[in-house]
Design a protein around this ligand. Structure first.
Ligand code: FMN
Length: 202
């Protein structure tokens, strides 16, 4: 189906920026990413929906040489060099302690937290599902504001949790390098499944 043939809510240039022309990056220019930009990405992505507004995603932005030195040994060998060269790296985690702030985040149903407390499997599934969704919103928000992204899951999760989330109930999900990529260093674009392969309309 020709997507461009139907009317859409944002223009084609915006759709290219967040999806069609956006590529996963492997090399970065020296152009820095400011704290103000990182805050702007969070400020935009936080409006993406989550179940019962649980918003479990938590972010640590690694930007300094000292913080990168803590990250480096935790990365899979093939991810190490490119991640160290990125101006900023977001560690995207999910907080298993989210039920305790639910009365503030979902005041329309003040008892919502009681559905979760004591149910470790529901907490884990909900935090991982919705935290991953928020990670995706994060990538799209970063692209919409003009950044390039390099998401990666090749790292030592337990080590990451110990190094960056000690003393909390936050678990690492994936990391996302941020900056301005070198278009010459992306891998060839791989195909995606067609509508008929991936979807059914019943
Ligand atoms: C959650 C996630 C984890 C990924 N992990 C890695 C990784 O550990 N190392 C790596 O080089 N690329 C990793 N990638 C990059 C993917 O291979 C890449 O985004 C995908 O092939 C699409 O590429 P494109 O955006 O250029 O089309 C990861 C991507 C995502 C979304």
């Amino acid at each position: 189906m020709q997507h461009g043939a139907i009317p859409h809510a944002i223009n084609d240039e915006a759709l290219d920026t967040i999806f069609r022309a956006a590529r996963t990056q492997n090399k970065w220019s020296d152009k820095p990413v400011s704290a103000a930009m990182l805050m702007a990405v969070y400020d935009l992505m936080r409006w993406g929906p989550t179940a019962a507004n649980i918003t479990p995603a938590r972010f640590v932005f690694v930007t300094t040489p000292e913080a990168k030195a803590r990250l480096k040994p935790l990365l899979a060998e093939g991810n190490r060099e490119k991640t160290m060269l990125a101006p900023a790296v977001a560690i995207i985690g999910y907080d298993l302690d989210f039920p305790h702030i639910l009365p503030r985040l979902f005041p329309n149903v003040p008892t919502m937290k009681d559905n979760f407390i004591g149910n470790a499997e529901l907490i884990q599934n909900s935090a991982f599902r919705n935290g991953t969704l928020q990670g995706a919103y994060f990538i799209i928000a970063a692209r919409a504001l003009g950044l390039d992204c390099g998401p990666m899951s090749g790292f030592d999760n337990a080590g990451m949790d110990k190094e960056f989330f000690a003393g909390t109930a936050i678990k690492s999900n994936f990391i996302c390098a941020l900056g301005h990529g070198d278009p010459a260093c992306v891998y060839p674009r791989n195909p995606r499944l067609s509508f008929d392969e991936a979807c059914k309309i019943l």
